[in-house]
Write a protein that binds this ligand. Structure first.
Ligand code: FUB
Length: 324
């Protein structure tokens, strides 16, 4: 009897500990989340860490997942590789991707080789995709002010119908996209961020730019470097300027940090990658998510390291979403 209750308590403890930890959404190594709601489904596009060498981010294809409840995720496979871009070098590395939808077309923004961003288009969130323009959309060698490393694209479509493309390491870049989503509609500009704490040299822009809008404010989030925290700055327009506000996610025990934020099911959800599966590490990352909470004054609550994955704590359904 004593024996039995010992196991019962252990079982309960294991259950509750497990429920109070970030869980990977997949049993495969994936990183650099780009989640999007298309219709009644959330699609997640990612860098494929499973197929890299384990010593560098050198995979050459991207992976997609889908979910209708943020809890159960379907592996949609390796839906695109750098080979779709005839101009890409053979075995060019495929890094943090982005997707955007406009007028029923799906545009996949793909950092290729670390010095170019390509754009592929499809009529379906999972393709088949083709190169939209037959040349890089951003090319370090050709585009003025593209920066040293034009990677980590993120697209924000504002309520006037203007699409903004953010990208870059060390200096954040922004450029307007034309309505066709496949050409630039202006010069590439630096994103201005002020107000970094003077006593903390580690608070600076590193990579992973991302813009979202909430309660009348534009939130520009990014990683501070390698390793990095995810921090945020706010401003009055998608272009900025932005003022530093604080930390959303502290340093992880891996060398990169990369986030994306979407609103769904009456909540804001924060997607990021971390070391969450056995055998994981800086080059073998896993994607997870957490609910993002705002204070009355617009500040964002820092994500707790022992957070649950959102769906365990939010059972509310939204139109089109299945109950769980
Ligand atoms: O996955 C390769 C690179 O690691 C991404 O482009 C960066 O954002 C970092 O997460």
């Amino acid at each position: 009897m004593v024996y039995k209750s010992y196991f019962l308590s252990f079982g309960l403890l294991a259950c509750c500990l497990a429920a109070n930890a970030a869980e990977p959404i997949a049993d495969r190594f994936i990183a650099d989340p780009s989640p999007h709601v298309f219709g009644d489904t959330v699609y997640l596009y990612a860098t494929d860490d499973e197929s890299n060498s384990g010593t560098y981010w050198d995979s050459t294809s991207w992976r997609a997942y889908s979910s209708r409840d943020l809890k159960h995720w379907q592996d949609e496979g390796s839906f695109l590789s750098v080979d779709v871009f005839a101009w890409a070098q053979k075995d060019a590395k495929a890094w943090a991707p982005e997707m955007a939808e406009r007028d029923g077309h799906y545009y996949f923004y793909a950092p290729v080789g670390g010095d170019k961003i390509g754009v592929a288009v499809a009529d379906n969130p999972l393709g088949p995709f083709k190169d939209a323009i037959g040349a890089p959309l951003i090319d370090r060698a050709k585009d003025k002010n593209a920066g040293d490393e034009p990677i980590d694209p993120a697209v924000y479509l504002d309520n006037q119908g203007q699409a903004w493309l953010y990208f870059g390491t060390r200096v954040p870049k922004v450029v307007k996209l034309s309505p066709d989503m496949t050409s630039l509609a202006g010069p590439i500009l630096d994103v201005k961020i002020s107000g970094f704490p003077k006593d903390d040299p580690d608070k600076k822009y590193g990579e992973a730019p991302y813009l979202h809008h909430k309660n009348g404010l534009y939130y520009f989030t990014f990683s501070t470097g390698w390793p990095g925290q995810i921090v945020y700055a706010t401003g009055e327009s998608p272009f900025g300027p932005f003022t530093y506000r604080g930390v959303i996610l502290d340093y992880l025990n891996i060398s990169t940090n990369h986030q994306a934020i979407i609103d769904i099911m009456d909540k804001t959800w924060f997607f990021y990658h971390d070391n969450l599966l056995p055998g994981g590490g800086s080059h073998k990352r896993s994607i997870t998510l957490a609910p993002l909470e705002y204070k009355q004054n617009g500040e964002i609550e820092e994500i707790r390291k022992n957070h649950t994955n959102g769906p365990q704590i939010s059972r509310k359904t939204a139109p089109g979403f299945i109950e769980f």
